[in-house]
Design a protein around this ligand. Sequence first.
Ligand SMILES: Cc1cc2nc3c(=O)[nH]c(=O)nc-3n(C[C@H](O)[C@H](O)[C@H](O)COP(=O)(O)OP(=O)(O)OC[C@H]3O[C@@H](n4cnc5c(N)ncnc54)[C@H](O)[C@@H]3O)c2cc1C
Length: 292
Amino acid sequence: MIPAAFDYLAPASLDEAIDLLARHGPDAKILSGGMSLIPAMKIRLAEPAVIVDINGIPDFEYLREEGGQLHIGAMTRESAFEQSGLVRHGYPILFETAKVIADPLVRNRATIGGNIAHADPANDHPATMLAVGATIVARGPNGTREIAADDFFNGFFSTALEDGEMVTEIRVPAPTARTGSTYLKFERKVGDYAIAAVAVNLEVDEAGHCTSARIGLTNVSDVPMRARNAESALIGHAVNAKSIEAASREAAAECDPKADLRGPVEYKRDLVRVLAGRAIGRAVARAQGRTH
Ligand SMILES: Cc1cc2nc3c(=O)[nH]c(=O)nc-3n(C[C@H](O)[C@H](O)[C@H](O)COP(=O)(O)OP(=O)(O)OC[C@H]3O[C@@H](n4cnc5c(N)ncnc54)[C@H](O)[C@@H]3O)c2cc1C
């Protein structure tokens, strides 16, 4: 349970961090909250020769609205989402996602940038980022670029980040007056990873028709995924018990869970059906201003 030896570097600026990552190449690993990296190093699943600790970089933790988007600094801790009134009232799906991650001790350290860059299909933020249509801002030796969440998660624990690139910011579009969103997770016990979870972000017009819908699923596929067939079962349709049931059945059919200690495939699919139904119902109620 003791990590292999490594060199520890603590850059004081983003530029310095990018230089260090370029200089050490694949030998280097970024350390943010350490909540996934350190356990992996302890069991020698990861043996980086160099750790680049980005905790000392100033102005890297923030939540601020700008140009119709919520800008989130990559080093923003999960606990900051729970404590922010802006997030709680303006972006309830982010609040609901952060508050079901692990336990308060982990949430005080773990960062949004690490959660997304780690790309664990069991992590909670990826599905939410897919549902809200987030943009991930990455910076590397060739400058800064923006990556749509849809293009970011591209394999098992794999992302579109290129060598030497790091996540610097996440941008989430501000909800409209007719947006409703929610994150619903089912876990074996408090603090555990999801058996399954569903993120829903949709809009409903005055006539009660769904005009847009994005649904992300957690821990029921090798790569964080959107339930596109479920979205299609909602978009353009009146939102009612029938269309919600149709969409939740689609989500259950299109996910791809594996049997493990958290349950067999059939159970997980049915859990997705139930969670999707409840999450869509809650998002619709929020979109129609019937609940918060
Ligand atoms: C007991 C326990 C329970 C947990 N339960 C949950 C849970 O229920 N839900 C959940 O989502 N997570 C859970 N986790 C995992 C953990 O919360 C997340 O994976 C964590 O948020 C990762 O963020 P971090 O800042 O700690 O990343 P780190 O552990 O520091 O890094 C993770 C990986 O991302 C890379 N990285 C970090 N920051 C950046 C960056 N800015 N740019 C590019 N790469 C970067 C690192 O090099 C490393 O490969 C749990 C962890 C523990 C220890």
